[in-house]
Design a protein around this ligand. Structure first.
Ligand code: IMP
Length: 431
């Protein structure tokens, strides 16, 4: 029997999934991304170098690992080529990458439309990454989208491109924007096919084969975070996919029975980029201190991230929705130096306590966090490699998270490097 591990973001994205995925990718035979696109920004640090990935799976640094961009993703091939070129420049030249022939393709008009729709929303803007992710998923579901496999059949690609441009150019015209010429797009995408066409295949076949092979280790790498989920997040301030373990079967093309060992990556505090309600958001000195110490600026857009205390209401909710088996508690070292630390245990909404986030942002925006306050710790913990190396107040904080969520902490990260990791769970140690 193969071993499978799913790594997902449990807050608003940017939880440190890149590091955790990379940690396990060293031993994984296959790393699969199954949703989202190049709106994700994954930072991986090792050997003193910092690498940032947007759409390519985090296993790309291990030449023995097969990296798969699954059918549930929206793939921007221009971004894939740029990411690969950047990796080449950084010396990463030996890798295996496969792209699903069924993955929706992000086309040049998608980012133009993403920006145009945002401008028109005025105060209600979502703060998207403007990578065209929403418009690409919309076209997929409107059934006018192009897919990566279309690139392999030039005549069919031409047919699909003409059909898409008929609709899209009309939309662009109505918005007063420049239209796209069939000939230009066709020529540039045929060049793209020449460069990466050999990577495009039926990835569901590959993944199923791996699932059925005894001893194979497969890592499913989620992007964004559960609170940005199109169904369960803070709608409409969300992304356009489902960043849950529940997306793995559909987005990778495997049966649900293969989904197990879900690691929910959570920062030791919370951050959010873009607009939308954020009940535990804090401002002022403590927020600034955490932002600077945690380098809390977006990897994709460079925007300063909003900062908040850890939210156990969100943790319980996302834990339940995604079936999280263990927490990976990230950026724990960033909390060192604070006099006290807070965890939100419930919300107060119009005079009553609620234990789960309400569905509308109007009610969520009225939620006031109910906190417990715990003693902080001053020690530098970046050298800690076991619980015994941590101050008592830090261990108490970890135990409190487990108590409030009913989910054990399996990993504690005390710095960006691979080695700065405390592993608390035997199953995870053996993956
Ligand atoms: P979109 O995914 O570009 O449509 O953006 C929708 C919302 O999701 C915006 O608030 C973005 O800032 C947020 N978002 C998308 N991807 C990420 C990510 O990888 N990390 C954090 N936030 C993200």
């Amino acid at each position: 029997m193969s071993e499978r591990l799913v790594v997902i973001g449990s807050q608003w994205g940017d939880e440190g999934k890149g590091k955790i995925t990379d940690y396990f990718a060293c031993r994984a035979d296959m790393v699969v991304r199954y949703q989202g696109g190049n709106n994700a920004g994954h930072t991986v640090v090792f050997g003193g170098h910092k690498y940032s990935l947007q759409s390519i799976p985090s296993g790309i640094f291990n030449p023995a690992t097969v990296n798969v961009m699954g059918n549930g993703m929206v793939v921007n091939p221009v971004s894939v080529i740029a990411e690969l070129e950047k990796l080449h420049r950084q010396g990463v030249t030996d890798y295996q990458l496969r792209i699903s022939d069924r993955a929706a393709m992000v086309m040049p008009w998608h980012s133009v439309l993403d920006g145009a729709y945002e401008c028109r929303k005025g105060e209600a803007l979502i703060g998207t990454t403007k990578k065209g992710i929403g418009p690409a998923y919309s076209d997929k579901y409107s059934r006018i989208g192009l897919r990566m496999g279309d690139l392999l059949e030039p005549d069919y690609f031409a047919l699909r491109l003409r059909a898409a441009l008929d609709v899209k150019n009309q939309e662009l015209r109505m918005l007063g924007l420049d239209e796209f010429s069939f000939d230009d797009v066709y020529a540039s995408y045929m060049e793209i096919a020449r460069q990466i066409g050999h990577m495009i295949c039926d990835t569901s076949d590959l993944i199923n084969e791996a699932c059925n092979t005894p001893g194979k280790k497969i890592l499913f790498e989620g992007a964004q975070g559960m609170m940005l989920c199109i169904d369960h997040g803070t709608y409409p301030y969300v992304t356009s996919s489902t960043p849950s373990a529940a997306s793995v079967p559909v987005g990778a093309g495997i049966a649900p029975k293969w989904v197990e060992n879900v690691v929910g990556v959570a920062k030791s505090y919370c951050t959010r980029v873009g607009e939308g309600p954020f009940p535990t958001e804090i401002f002022g000195d403590t927020a600034n201190e955490i932002r600077e110490r945690g380098h809390e600026y977006g990897t994709v857009t460079g925007r300063p991230r909003r900062i908040g205390w850890l939210d156990a209401v969100v943790a319980r909710y996302t834990g339940r929705l995604a079936g999280i088996d263990y927490w990976a508690l990230m950026l724990f070292d960033v909390l060192s130096g604070l006099d006290t630390v807070k965890i939100c245990t419930a919300y107060e909404l119009d005079g009553t306590q609620v234990a789960t986030p309400p569905s509308t942002i109007s009610r969520l925006s009225r939620c006031k966090p109910v906190y417990i306050e715990m003693p902080g710790w001053k020690e530098d913990i970046t050298g800690a490699r076991s619980l015994a190396d941590l101050p008592k107040a830090a261990v108490d904080y970890i135990r409190k998270i487990e108590e409030l969520t009913g989910i054990p902490v399996g990993i504690v990260s005390v710095g960006p490097d691979r080695t700065q990791t405390i592993l608390l769970n035997e199953k995870l140690r053996n993956f």
